[in-house]
Design a protein around this ligand. Structure first.
Ligand code: ARG
Length: 583
C-alpha cells in the first residue's frame, strides 16, 4: 500500500495530466499556514513557466476539476498560484487507523539499493577524537535510515591500522624495551602471549612518539624503516602489530559501543593492503600505470577540470603504498566480495580531493563500473565556543571519550534524584549519548556547529533529553491506561485542533524520511521529531487524556498518543538514540 500523501500526490498528478499538463512529480508539503489548509501544492508555478501560462489560470483549472470529485474538505487557491488542501476528517481518521495497525507503512523507498558504508576510520593506537564523532554518528544514522527504508546495507570500520602511526608507536616501544624479542631479527622462538603495552600506554606513547619524530630526523627515519618493515610482514613486528591491534581494537570497540555505533565488518587498511598486488597487476596489464621518478602513478585529470586534480600516487618511489592505493584496493575488494550498488564514505570535508582522485581512478580503470554510485559524504566540524575545532582547555586534541564524559556530567545533574546507584549511571550514559547525537545530527550535515554541553543537555528546547523525556512520558501515559484497563483501538473522531495538527504531522513521515535520505543528512528527521513532540506536548497539556469522560474522544486521544510514541521510538532509533525506562 502507498502512503496516504503519495496517493494524494498521484491523484493530483493524474488530474493535471487529464488537463493536458505533463508533470514528473507532484509533491505535497505540510502547509506553513495551517489556517489556510493542511497541505500545500506549489508546483503550479513551475508548470506555468513551462507552458507559458499564468499560474493562477492553471491553478484555477486544477481546483475546479478536483472540486468536482468532492475528495477533500476544502481545496483553494491562494496568492499567485498556491493550492491549499484541507483533508476531510474521515480521510485523516482512516489513515491514522491504517498507521496505527502498521507504523511501517511510511518506511520505504521506491528504489531500494545495496549500500556499503565506510564511516569508522578510527586509527589504531591513537585515541578516537572528536573528528571521528560526526563520521560515526552520521554514518550510523544513515545506515539505519537506509535500512529502515528497505535498502540492504553493510558497514565497515576501515580502521587506520597500517600506516606510519603504528610505525611510530613501535619505534617508541623499541626505545623503551630494546630487549623485547620482536626487534631481534635472529629470534626464532615463540613470542610472548601478553601484549607488552596496554591501551593506556598506547595513549601516552603515540603523541610522544609523534612529537619526537617531528623534532628528531633520526627518530623519524627509524620510524619509516620500521613502518616499511612491518608492511613487508617482518615476523617479529607482525607479532607486535597483532598485540597492538588486539589492545587498541578492544578500546575502539568499547567507545563505538558506547555511541551505539555498529559495523558488520571490522576491516582496516591492512586488509585492503593484501589486495594491492593484484590490483596493481591488473592496472599495469591494462596499461593505466605510468612511471614518474620511480613512483607509480595514474593520471586522473580531465580537460574540462576547473581545479587541479593531481595524479594518484599508487606506489611511492620507496616502494610503499599510499593512502590512495589502500582505498583503490579496498574498492577492488568490495566490488569483488559484495558488488554493492552504492558505496558511501564519510569523513570530514578535508578529504574531498582524496576521494575525488580515488573515484576517478577506479571509474577510469574499470575497477568500479559507472553504474555503481561512489559517494563522498563530507560534514562540517564541531567547534568550541571560539568557533575553532573543539579543543581541550590547554589547546590539545579532545578525545571522544572526554567529550562524552563532559556531556555525562551535565546529564547526571538533571536526572531524577530517586534514580540512584547503577541505574543512575546507566541512565546518565544513555541520556548523554542522546545529548551528543541529537546535537550532532540536528544541523545540516555540512554546517559547523558549536558544542555546548550545558545547552545540549537541557530538558527544554531542541535537545535529545527533551525528546527522551517527552517520549518516556507518553509511554507512562499508555502504561497507566493499561493499568487502569482502558481500552483504545482506533481513532474515532477529531475533537481538538491540536489533535488534528498531530495527525497532519504524522502523515508527513515518509516525506521527511525521504528528504533526509536524499540529502544524506539527518537534520530533517531531527527537526521533525522536535516539531511533532512539541505539538504533542501542547496537546498533552491542554487535555486530561486519561480522565476524559467521552469514551470515543478518550480512545481517539490514546490511539494518537500511541502512534506518536511508536513513531518517536522508530525515529530515535534511526538516530542511534536509546530511550531509558525513566530519567
Ligand atoms: N583513518 C582515516 C582518518 O582518520 C579515515 C578513513 C576514512 N575511510 C577511508 N576509506 N579512507 O582520517
Amino acid at each position: 500500500m502507498e502512503t496516504f500523501i503519495k496517493e494524494e500526490e498521484k491523484y493530483i498528478k493524474n488530474k493535471l495530466e487529464e488537463l493536458g499538463y505533463k508533470v514528473k512529480e507532484v509533491t505535497l508539503n505540510v502547509s506553513s499556514r495551517p489556517e489556510l489548509g493542511d497541505y500545500q501544492y506549489n508546483g503550479v508555478m513551475g508548470l506555468a513557466k513551462e507552458y507559458h501560462k499564468n499560474p493562477r489560470e492553471i491553478a484555477e483549472e486544477l481546483v475546479k476539476t478536483i472540486k468536482k470529485d468532492d475528495r477533500y474538505k476544502n481545496i483553494d487557491l491562494a496568492g499567485p498560484g498556491f493550492i491549499n488542501i484541507t483533508f476531510s476528517d474521515k480521510q485523516l481518521i482512516d489513515f491514522m487507523n491504517v498507521l496505527n495497525n502498521n507504523i511501517d507503512i511510511n518506511y520505504k523507498t521506491d528504489n531500494p539499493k545495496s549500500i556499503f558504508l565506510d564511516y569508522g576510520g578510527a586509527n589504531v593506537a591513537k585515541a578516537l577524537h572528536v573528528g571521528h564523532l560526526r563520521s560515526a554518528n552520521i554514518g550510523e544514522a544513515l545506515k539505519r535510515l537506509a535500512t529502515a527504508l528497505g535498502n540492504k546495507t553493510m558497514a565497515d570500520t576501515h580502521l587506520g591500522d597500517w600506516g606510519r602511526p603504528i610505525g611510530l608507536v613501535m619505534t617508541e616501544i623499541k626505545h623503551r624495551f630494546p630487549e623485547l624479542p620482536y626487534f631481534d631479527e635472529n629470534y626464532e622462538g615463540e613470542y610472548p602471549k601478553e601484549s607488552p603495552v596496554t591501551n593506556d600506554d598506547l595513549m601516552e606513547i603515540y603523541p610522544l612518539a609523534s612529537i619526537k619524530a617531528k623534532e628528531d630526523e633520526a627518530y623519524m627515519e627509524e620510524a619509516r624503516e620500521i613502518t616499511s618493515k612491518f608492511q613487508k610482514y617482518d615476523r617479529g613486528l607482525t607479532a607486535l602489530w597483532n598485540h597492538i591491534m588486539t589492545v587498541s581494537k578492544a578500546d575502539i570497540k568499547r567507545i563505538y559501543d558506547r555511541l551505539n555505533v555498529t559495523f558488520e565488518t571490522w576491516e582496516g587498511e591492512s586488509d585492503c593492503y593484501k589486495y594491492i598486488p593484484e590490483t596493481i597487476e591488473y592496472l599495469e596489464k591494462e596499461g593505466f600505470v605510468e612511471d614518474s621518478q620511480g613512483a607509480k602513478i595514474i593520471s586522473v585529470s580531465e580537460p574540462d577540470d576547473d581545479h587541479e586534480v593531481p595524479p594518484v600516487l599508487l606506489i611511492k618511489s620507496n616502494g610503499s603504498a599510499s593512502y590512495e592505493s589502500t582505498d583503490i584496493a579496498g574498492l577492488w575488494e568490495r566490488m569483488h566480495l559484495f558488488n554493492p550498488d552504492e558505496v558511501w564514505y564519510l569523513t570530514d570535508a578535508r578529504q574531498n580531493l582524496h576521494f575525488e582522485q580515488v573515484f576517478r581512478a577506479v571509474y577510469k580503470t574499470g575497477i568500479v563500473p559507472k553504474s555503481t554510485n561512489l559517494e563522498f559524504i563530507p560534514f562540517g566540524t564541531m567547534n568550541g565556543k571560539d568557533g575553532k575545532p573543539f579543543k581541550t582547555r590547554d589547546g590539545g586534541v579532545m578525545s571522544l571519550e572526554n567529550l562524552l564524559d563532559m556531556a555525562k556530567v551535565e546529564c547526571e545533574k538533571k536526572i531524577l534524584p530517586n534514580i540512584t546507584g547503577e541505574e543512575r549511571e546507566k541512565v546518565a550514559n544513555i541520556v548523554s549519548i542522546a545529548v551528543v547525537k541529537y546535537a550532532d545530527l540536528l544541523p545540516y550535515r555540512l554546517t559547523d556547529y558549536v558544542f555546548d554541553p550545558v545547552k545540549f543537555s537541557d530538558l527544554q528546547g531542541k535537545t535529545g533529553p527533551y525528546l527522551l523525556y517527552s517520549t518516556i512520558r507518553i509511554k507512562s501515559l499508555l502504561k497507566k491506561a493499561q493499568d487502569e484497563k482502558i481500552e483504545y483501538n482506533e481513532v474515532k473522531m477529531i475533537s481538538d485542533p491540536t489533535q488534528r495538527n498531530i495527525m497532519i504531522g504524522l502523515l508527513n513521515i515518509n516525506n521527511v524520511l525521504i528528504n533526509s535520505y536524499k540529502s544524506r543528512s539527518l537534520n530533517d528527521i531531527c527537526e521533525y521529531l522536535y516539531k511533532i513532540t512539541n505539538i504533542y506536548n501542547n496537546f498533552y497539556y491542554q487535555n486530561r487524556i486519561l480522565t476524559e469522560e467521552d469514551q470515543n474522544t478518550r480512545e481517539s486521544w490514546l490511539t494518537i498518543s500511541k502512534i506518536v510514541y511508536d513513531n518517536n521510538c522508530k525515529l530515535l532509533n534511526i538516530l542511534g538514540i536509546e530511550i531509558p525506562e525513566r530519567m
